[in-house]
Design a binder for this molecule. Structure first.
Ligand SMILES: [Zn+2]
Length: 385
């Protein structure tokens, strides 16, 4: 996953040719520039800032070449020294008559529920975040680690009621980065302390580590941290179409946040501070592609314009979306294929596609079809519901 970024992506060229601008304006101005709009570049008259967006503290008209990198959300820094068993929280595993507590179950990806298949030993359950061990306990054994924002942002949402989510109490921050609005989600908290709408700075405390939510106890208390794209701003309408239960979380339900690996991105960005979330996601292996009728512009592409590959200015019959095994959108191309419904146009062969795709796809080998939940998911990504 730690891929060296392309040396000169269009985004980097754009960024390095722009004058220094205040951080809060960066995203809007870059977007406007991509769209060819006249953007007011009033940077020289405004205070300089230093932000993960890309602005620097240098003299006026200095190119944006430096970004402030992410920080870890707790004092647990063992990720940096490779002491993964101290950083990640183990899972209790009972497999083929043996019990174990592998820390790998706390990493991001298909890391849980081992299964022997024709493809060998695989893990079929996807973990959308990383689980970080506490370092501090009080005399009752309760964790007390402060949870801190990994970057500047705004509190997009807090869920203060344990019973309302399998995440327990959680907070979502929105970060305005060069790659668009990117979200971090901090789950299983004992307390959330930053109210929605509040601007937070990197390192600011937003809660306390806990063990609220499903599937953990005091002993396995940890921070579940996600780094995500937002799939749809019309999530409630999609939810109402498919579910009868109440959605307490607006657009900030975990279902609507497509996670990528915080730890891998963090480590990669430490090596190259200019590495963007977009570049990281684009380096993710494509597991399958779906082609869907083109009914207009895609909302997700307006939020993340870098998803679009090829010339989308001319109408085509369809869009082809490339997705990771977990369903993370990697890229979207205009396609000349005519189709009246969503179809799978590529999948990496396997003995059972369901095992590798969260059961979004059924079938085996070169035969594959979207399951009911897979169709629903693609609806959410494409906004076609
Ligand atoms: Zn977790």
């Amino acid at each position: 996953m730690l891929v060296t970024p392309h040396s000169h992506s269009p985004q980097q060229q754009l960024a390095t040719s722009m004058p220094t601008i205040p951080a809060r304006r960066t995203t809007a101005i870059i977007t406007a520039t991509i769209l060819g709009l006249a953007a007011p570049l009033s940077a020289q008259s405004q205070p300089q800032s230093n932000d993960v967006n890309g602005a620097t503290t240098a003299e006026s008209a200095t190119p944006i070449t430096q970004i402030r990198t992410l920080t870890l959300p707790t004092e647990n820094k063992y990720l940096e020294t490779g002491q993964n068993d101290l950083f990640y929280t183990y899972v209790d595993r009972h497999f083929e008559g043996k019990s174990s507590r592998p820390w790998t179950g706390g990493t991001y990806g298909f890391v849980r529920n081992p299964k022997r298949t024709e493809d060998g030993l695989i893990y079929t359950r996807f973990h959308e975040g990383i689980d970080i061990n506490p370092l501090q306990r009080d005399n009752k054994g309760e964790p007390t680690d402060p949870i801190k924002a990994v970057a500047d942002g705004v509190v997009a949402y807090t869920n203060p009621k344990t019973a309302h989510s399998t995440y327990g109490k959680y907070t979502v921050l929105e970060h305005s980065w060069k790659s668009g609005p990117i979200y971090t989600l901090y789950a299983h908290l004992a307390e959330t302390s930053a109210p929605p709408g509040e601007a937070v700075t990197q390192g600011q405390q937003i809660g306390i580590l806990g063990h609220t939510g499903v599937g953990l106890d005091r002993k396995r208390a940890h921070l579940h941290l996600e780094l995500s794209l937002l799939l749809s701003t019309r999530f409630q309408a999609w939810y109402d179409k498919h579910y009868t239960s109440h959605n307490y979380h607006g657009n900030h339900s975990g279902i609507n946040l497509a996670g990528f690996d915080f730890a891998a991105f963090y480590l990669a960005q430490k090596k190259n501070p200019q590495y963007t979330a977009a570049e990281f996601i684009q380096a993710t292996p494509v597991h399958y592609k779906v082609t869907t009728p083109r009914k207009g512009d895609l909302e997700i592409a307006s939020r993340y314009p870098w998803l679009i590959k090829g010339d989308a200015s001319t109408p085509t019959p369809s869009w082809e979306l490339s997705l990771s095994s977990s369903g993370l959108p990697i890229s979207i191309r205009p396609s000349m294929r005519a189709t009246s419904k969503v179809i799978i146009t590529y999948i990496r062969p396997s003995a059972n596609h369901g095992d590798h795709t969260k059961n979004f796809i059924s079938g085996k080998g070169n035969r594959a079809q979207l399951s009911k939940i897979g169709k629903r998911y693609i609806e959410l990504v494409t906004g076609d519901f």
